[in-house]
Design a protein around this ligand. Structure first.
Ligand code: PMP
Length: 457
């Protein structure tokens, strides 16, 4: 039943809101006349209150954390206060020639959290833009190091890095919309790295295990590709350990170790896109830590602001920054990017508060609780005829079906069971806010399982 306090906030009639939206607004990857969206009438804690075009009302646990971002849930008092306090000082100032406390403090926190030697920070306004900056940085680095002509990248099939041009070019070439944009820069792609799954060890130290022969074959493919294309390459970009939007695929950490070795041997920059995986989602603060590998460049976003405002950051090693700063070309000494809303003070202030919460609330225990809850509550889905695989890594649970998901029907069925999900292709997945109680997580797994049974069995 909808919560009375939430309903009091409901605002204008949702059905007319949806009618005004339709034909006026584009939604992600959807045509103007696509399926009607649900109207959000309130969001509090881990719950969204939604209303459908037909007037049906739902109160649902947000199993998507608003696409990996709202890790502390909605209307968190500390995050609300951080935004309000900064708005009481100033909301935005340009970052060209100016600096401010929220940006400096956040950069200091990020450098403190990130593994050595990631020591320099560039703020961007979204994950995709931070990937663009990472690609530009790698090309500038090679030029500054006197290795001109190195401007291609090695990326992974099944990878996803964002929707701007450079980012799209390193997304999976088949699923990544390449055929719609023939002018994308051509990149080189390796096979998806071999799958890994969590072996339940001591509660504090689950291990990711995979097939050693498959890993060896993949490493041989990597070495051959770099032998062939190494002199054209500026760098390698991957989502460490968990490919998200490209298929929710967890892979062998040993592959990251091989990438680090090969990048060093060939003078390539290793870029980890931790935009989805960063800040604890996979069970490590950064997913690269599953392999004990530190990249030269790391992009973070999404959960950085606790899902409050759009902000991303690129961190790079002191060595890489030193090469760029020592460039023979005066223009090349700067990182050639400078968005209008760079280091937006509201976003930086709330990101600082979110990082404070991450440690003070004990993200490791929170993520462990979500992982254990998802494992238990999604386990019954494994015996459904429509289900091919159920897998959990950190606070991410995935149910893979044999056939493509009937997305509108499954979304609605899950809402009727009190859960908001946004399936894609064959996948129904959950990555709920870290603050979910054990009962909330149990409701997520049970709701997803019931919805799959209802729609696909
Ligand atoms: N990289 C990864 C791994 C992502 O999951 C995403 C967003 N889904 C992006 C980059 C792009 O981030 P944004 O949507 O903030 O541009």
């Amino acid at each position: 039943m909808p919560d009375a306090a939430l309903l009091a906030d409901a605002g204008p009639d949702a059905a007319s809101l949806i009618a005004r939206d339709r034909g006026l607004l584009w939604h992600p990857y959807a045509p103007l006349d696509g399926p009607a969206p649900y109207a959000v009438t309130a969001a509090e804690g881990v719950r969204l209150q939604l209303e459908a075009a037909d007037g049906a009302r739902f109160e649902a646990v947000d199993a998507m954390s608003s696409w990996w971002s709202a890790i502390h849930g909605y209307r968190h008092p500390a995050l609300d206060a951080a935004v309000r306090e900064q708005a009481g000082r100033f909301s935005h100032v340009m970052f060209g020639g100016l600096t401010h406390e929220p940006a400096v403090r956040l950069a200091e926190q990020l450098v403190e959290l990130a593994p050595e030697p990631l020591r320099h920070v560039f703020f961007a306004d979204s994950g995709s833009v931070s990937v663009e900056v990472a690609l530009k940085l790698a090309i500038q680095y090679q030029a500054a190091a006197g290795r001109r002509g190195r401007h291609a990248f090695l990326a992974l099939r099944g990878g996803y890095h964002g929707d701007t041009f450079g980012a799209m070019s390193v997304c999976d070439p088949v699923d990544g919309m390449h055929s719609a944009f023939p002018s994308l820069p051509a990149q080189h792609f390796l096979s998806r790295p071999p799958a890994a799954h969590l072996a339940e060890g001591p509660p504090d130290q689950p291990a990711l295990v995979s097939d050693a022969a498959e890993v060896a074959a993949w490493v041989a493919e990597l070495e051959a590709a770099v032998d062939l294309h190494g002199r054209e390459l500026a760098g390698i970009i991957v989502e460490p350990v968990l490919q998200g939007a490209g298929g929710m695929h967890a892979y062998a950490p040993e592959c990251l170790q091989a990438l680090r070795r090969v990048a060093d041997e060939h003078g390539l920059l290793l870029v980890f896109d931790e935009i989805a995986t960063g800040f604890g989602r996979t069970g490590r603060l950064f997913a690269g830590q599953w392999a004990g590998v530190v990249p030269d460049v790391m992009c973070v976003g999404k959960a950085l602001t606790g899902g409050y405002l759009t902000l991303a950051a690129l961190l790079c090693s002191a060595d890489v920054a030193a090469v760029i700063t020592a460039s023979a070309s005066e223009a090349g000494r700067a990182l050639l990017h400078g968005p209008t809303f760079m280091a937006n003070p509201l976003a930086c202030a709330v990101a600082s508060a979110s990082l404070d919460l991450l440690s003070s609330a004990g993200w490791q225990d929170q993520v462990r609780r979500v992982r254990q809850g998802l494992r238990a509550s999604l386990a019954p889905a494994a015996s459904l005829g429509a289900v091919r695989d159920v897998r959990v890594l950190g606070a991410v649970g995935v149910v893979e079906l044999n056939d493509p998901v009937d997305i509108p029907a499954l979304t609605r069925a899950a809402l009727e069971h009190g859960v908001w999900v946004r399936p894609f292709r064959h996948l129904v997945y959950a990555m709920p806010p870290y603050i979910c109680s054990a009962a909330d997580v149990a409701a997520v797994g049970a709701g997803i399982t019931a919805a799959i049974r209802q729609v696909h069995c």
